[in-house]
Design a protein around this ligand. Sequence first.
Ligand code: HEC
Length: 257
Amino acid sequence: MEHKLLIYTLISIFFTTILFGVLVKDNSSTLDELKLSSKNIIEKNQNLFNKNKDGSTIDKKFNGEKFASDSYSLYKKMTSGKSLKGNDLKNSNDYKQLSEALTTYLAAARIIVAKNQKLINTDKDGKANPKNFYPAVFGRYASYEFKKRSGIVMKQTTLGKGGYGARNSKYNSPDSWETKALNKFESSSWKRGEGFGEEVSESGSKYYRYMKPLEIKQACLGCHGDPKGEKDISGHIKEGYKLNDIRGGISVKIPMK
Ligand code: HEC
């Protein structure tokens, strides 16, 4: 009899632990999933980065570890004073806080990819060898990977220069909610750099939607900057943005329980 009791107790402890693990997914573990997804994409593309045109390879040392530590240090800088670090996010289910953390992390990781464009796109003999691994392409792959792990959708989008639209309209065109958020960022009364978020109902489900503005940094100018009309490293036409212009935003859509 006592034996049975012990077994029942052990079984219930086992299931409670599993249930707990599934239900109590706090914001810090969700941020960890985005960090892992991003690192994964860099690791999957090592061969692409390291391969020269003649088929030989070199170690450019832009690997998952380096990328992850650079991205997290930049993220910490970008969120300093904002309570968005691992420990602040523990045991929290605050959707706005989570959205800010996720969009800021992806923005930081994209900047690291932008800063490494020259390294990625140059062969060992110093000649250009474009790999088409743009910050936005990285961001898209990382977002797909993250959605598989978390069910959360992330996207980089834009209204485009003078309403010209997204450079890659197939993936990056804004939906109506995103257009509304992007228009807010463009208005002169909007506090610079501030994100926008709210609860929405879409096709009978509730979501928390949030967008963080993406500004043009030094590392973006090579492809999105001045002078307008000039071609970038991959033969695309530059768009004429200036430092600190709003280039678009990172959007996040979290299913609410
Ligand atoms: C090496 C060139 C390059 C650099 C550097 C670069 N971009 Fe881009 N960017 C592109 C290309 C090409 C696309 C379209 C890629 C795609 O989604 O397939 C793009 C897309 C985007 C998009 C998505 C909307 C759209 O127009 O399709 C945003 C937002 C964006 N870039 C912002 C930035 C910011 C901010 C930086 C600096 C941190 C940056 N980019 C750095 C080339 C670049």
